[in-house]
Design a protein around this ligand. Structure first.
Ligand code: HSE
Length: 441
């Protein structure tokens, strides 16, 4: 008897999953030993599902049709957003179905409730495709790295942003052109503001942090800034100085005193969670992750640093992760893991550290009038805040025009850097807000 599947939502990912299930059944069976049958595609926009090549007889606009079908064991939620996705998932569990979802927003916000509901219903929710697109990062965190006390997760987890930054840096495209390209390629969300303002990355790092630290991660504990406020000038300066700019999502344990570094075996976990554009030295592996690719580095006390790489967005790559989850449920391995794994149900007490207590290197672009004493004022203020300069550059100015003064700092407390910038920007000789980008140490 094949395992019956219903897909809810026939957008970019839904149609890619349907395509694999409809046309690659024999190969899937050969590789996994499982016969899978797509029995329903629940989609209000029926012409959209038909255009995706889904046979009319399995398209329905009523979830209850799929839920009432005893031969459907797995419901794949691919509609995105919080509602009605949350209600549909709860209804599917109540109807005795396992659930697979690619919905990072849903898992980051309602994961605790939904996972508990699944456990009560003796069913499972698989969410590999929620984070890192095609990369089996959830599998790594819940299985491959189980021997480890994880101290740090750092990732490029938004394909749209990474594509935009790559197009701007390597092909001199404007932000608007690059964003349009990401939308045309099917990487961006329907409303791309969640991509570019860092929210989507915050959902994904919250999911990874919950698994890494076995803790509930309220989204308001994350400090988030995106690429939508970046300036072309800073991407140019990054290039000049041997860096590339990446949107990084970071979750790490921070020892008492606030120094951001790798630790292991601590009983009281203090955690820092943040998403921000970051300068990365161009010879580092993560600096060379381009286009819609994602990369996630996970550091464990036994494994040391591990790195996972693959396409982070788009229909087929994401469908690859969705179908893997479907197969894992059909085989029965995932429901067993789901029922027993403490990382998915026990919750550790953690303390969240504000980013002001984090220590990092910084790039500052200060816009100053080219008059005597400016440089002295800037260096004095940085010194007063305990910030040591590792490099300072001023390009030659045109008479009467403000000039960018670029400062690279040694490691400094985030809070001190913020107050130094506040003081610098109050100087009469400073004509625009200072741009500040953290530098990956
Ligand atoms: N919009 C998301 C991205 C899709 O660009 O990464 C994958 O979650």
């Amino acid at each position: 008897m094949p395992t019956g599947i219903a897909i809810i939502g026939c957008g970019i990912i839904g149609s890619a999953v349907a395509d694999i299930l409809l046309h690659e059944g024999p190969h899937l069976r050969q590789r996994s030993g499982q016969a899978l049958q797509l029995r329903h595609v629940v989609e209000r926009d029926m012409p959209k599902a038909k255009a995706a090549g889904v046979p009319t007889r399995i398209i329905t606009d009523k979830l209850e049709v799929a839920l009432a079908d005893k031969q459907t064991q797995i419901v794949v939620e691919l509609m995105g957003g919080l509602e009605p996705a949350r209600t549909f998932v709860l209804r599917a569990l109540k109807a005795g179905k396992h659930v697979v979802t690619a919905n990072k927003y849903l898992i980051a916000v309602h994961g605790k409730e939904l996972l508990a509901a699944a456990r009560r219903a003796k069913r499972s929710i698989a969410f590999e495709a929620s984070t890192g697109g095609t990369i089996p990062i959830i599998l790594a965190m819940t299985k491959g790295l189980l021997a480890n006390d994880i101290s740090r997760v750092v990732g490029i987890v938004n394909g749209t942003c990474n594509y935009i930054l790559t197009q701007m840096t390597q092909f001199d495209q404007s932000y608007a052109e690059a964003l349009a390209g990401a939308q045309a390629a099917g990487f961006a969300e329907a409303d791309p503001s969640f991509d570019v303002n860092g929210t989507d990355s915050s959902h994904k790092i919250a999911i990874l942090a919950a698994l890494a630290f076995g803790a509930d991660i309220p989204l308001d504990k994350l400090e988030v800034s995106g690429i939508d406020t970046l300036h072309d000038t800073d991407l140019r300066f990054a290039r000049e100085m041997g860096y590339v700019c990446k949107l990084l999502a970071i979750a790490e344990k921070v020892p008492a005193g606030g120094k951001s570094q790798q630790i292991s075996g601590t009983s009281q976990q203090s955690i820092s969670l943040r998403v921000h554009p970051t300068f990365v030295a161009k010879d580092r592996l993560i600096a060379n992750v381009n286009g819609s690719f994602n990369a996630i580095s996970v550091t464990g006390h036994a494994s040391g640093e591990t790195l996972y790489y693959g396409r982070g967005a788009g229909g087929k790559p994401t469908a690859s992760a969705v179908v893997a989850d479907v197969i894992d449920i059909a085989i029965g391995t995932y429901p067993m893991l789901f029922a027993q794994l403490p990382a998915l149900n026990k919750r550790a007490e953690v303390r969240f550290i504000p980013s002001s207590d984090i220590i990092s290197r910084n790039y500052l672009r200060i816009t100053a009038l080219d008059v005597p004493g400016v440089m002295a004022d800037i260096t004095r203020i940085l010194g007063q805040h305990g910030i040591s300069i590792s490099a300072i550059t001023q390009h030659e100015s045109k008479a009467g025009h403000p000039v960018p003064v670029v400062v690279m700092t040694h490691e400094a407390r985030d809070g001190s850097v913020a107050s130094a910038i506040g003081a610098i920007d109050k100087l009469k000789t400073i004509t625009a807000e200072t741009a500040r980008i953290r530098v990956l140490s």
